[in-house]
Every structure is written in structure tokens, then in C-alpha cells.
Design a protein around this ligand. Sequence first.
Ligand code: KIV
Length: 251
Amino acid sequence: MKGQGRKIAVLTAYDYPTARLLDEAGVDVILVGDSLSMVVQGRETTLPVTLEEMVYHAEIVGRAVQRALVVVDLPFPTAYVGVHKAVEAAARILKAARCQAVKLEGGAEQAEVIAALVSAGIPVMGHVGLRPQNVHQMGGYKVQRDEQRLKQDARCAEQAGAFGLVLECVPAPLAAEITQTLGIPTIGIGAGPECDGQVLVIHDLLGVTQDPMPRFVKKYANLHEVVSQAVRQYCDEVRTGVFPASQHAFK
Ligand code: KIV
């Protein structure tokens, strides 16, 4: 798609009905992100989610998808526990779920791990810029401006064999430059319009919560309002005896 100048649309999914909807709606890549820790499990960061939990959600999502590429995040601290454990963790996911690739946060420092996964036949998507698994070290969810480091991370991920690269919270001009220099596609989140593709968390795009959103999110729907209204009406109709009506009952 990069070669043809076609932009790549990526969204996260964590469950069967959502993954099926996204697949049927034509999304190119479905990411079972470790963001499930925050958006599904209600935790403050992505750090607590376990390999077992990622496998569980990957298996569910993989069952729903017929067409899109399914990529699954390797949870913290897989990128830091040595190549053998990383290969084992990724293999565990690929054995259990109908998915085709894993995503690993990191660049230059994780090159050895990326290369080991690739040599084991496991396609790897890298993830540089803001790395939420390192949020405490990075001092929060901030735009990353260390140009030399970002370029080096991107280059190393590609050289190690990554087939694609997420760029998170990177200034748009720098993301554009990295995108031009790499042969592999870049997938931006808060990295401007010149990336080869874009990724968003599905709950953010659908407006599931009313929590404040980062600047890079565009809300395409207000599901919070739609669902609240439907549930309020249901409660009201149960309490007033409007539901169930005769057509909802058996004779
Ligand atoms: O976990 C996730 O959802 C992600 C994307 C937002 C890139 O890593």
C-alpha cells in the first residue's frame, strides 16, 4: 500500500462484535492493543495487562476477522526480558489466535528482540516515539521531540526487520521526514497527516466515554450519548410497564 500511495487505516479492537464490525467496514489492520488495559479494564496505564489477557482478547478478535491483518501487542515487559522469552510470548499469541503479527514498543534498544522474532518467522510492527509502556520514565503522555533518537529508533526497527512502524506523538514534520526515509510503512497516532497510515483507539473514535481526549483524537460518533439515551429509555419503559409489549412475549 505504501508503494501504491494508498493510506492504511488501522483501528484497535478487543472483542468479537467490534472486530467483526471493523473488518466488515473495511479497516486494513486491526490492532489488539495493550491499550485494552486502559479502555477495557479501566486501569491507569498499559503496564498491568498480562500476556494471558492479551492472548484471551487476541483469540476472540482473531475469530471475528476474515479479511484485515490482525496485529497483537506484546505486553510489558516482553521487550525487556530477553529474546527467548520474547519469542516464546509472541509464539504463544500466534499459536492461540488467528493473527498474523505482533507489535513491540521500542526501537534501537529492542532491535535484537525484533530481529529474533523476525528470524522465528513472526512479523513485527515496531512502535517508537511515545511508548506508553515507558510512561513513567518518559514523564507522562507527551509529544516526543528528540529528533536524533526518533530517527535512530525508526532506522533500527526497519533494519532489524520490522514490517511497519507506529509513530506515536511525534511532531508532524519529523514524522513526515521519517516516513520518507523508511521503506516500511509508518502508522501515525498524533504524528500528522504524512504518515503512511493512521491508528486510533476504537473507543476514542466512537466517543464511548466523555473523558477528555488527547488532541490527536477525532470523535466520529458520540456513543456515550446514544447508549445513555437507550439505557435511560429502557429503564423508564421497564418501570412504567411499556416494555415488554405483546410482540415481545410468547403466547
Ligand atoms: O495499544 C494501543 O492501542 C496502541 C495504539 C494506540 C498504537 O499501541
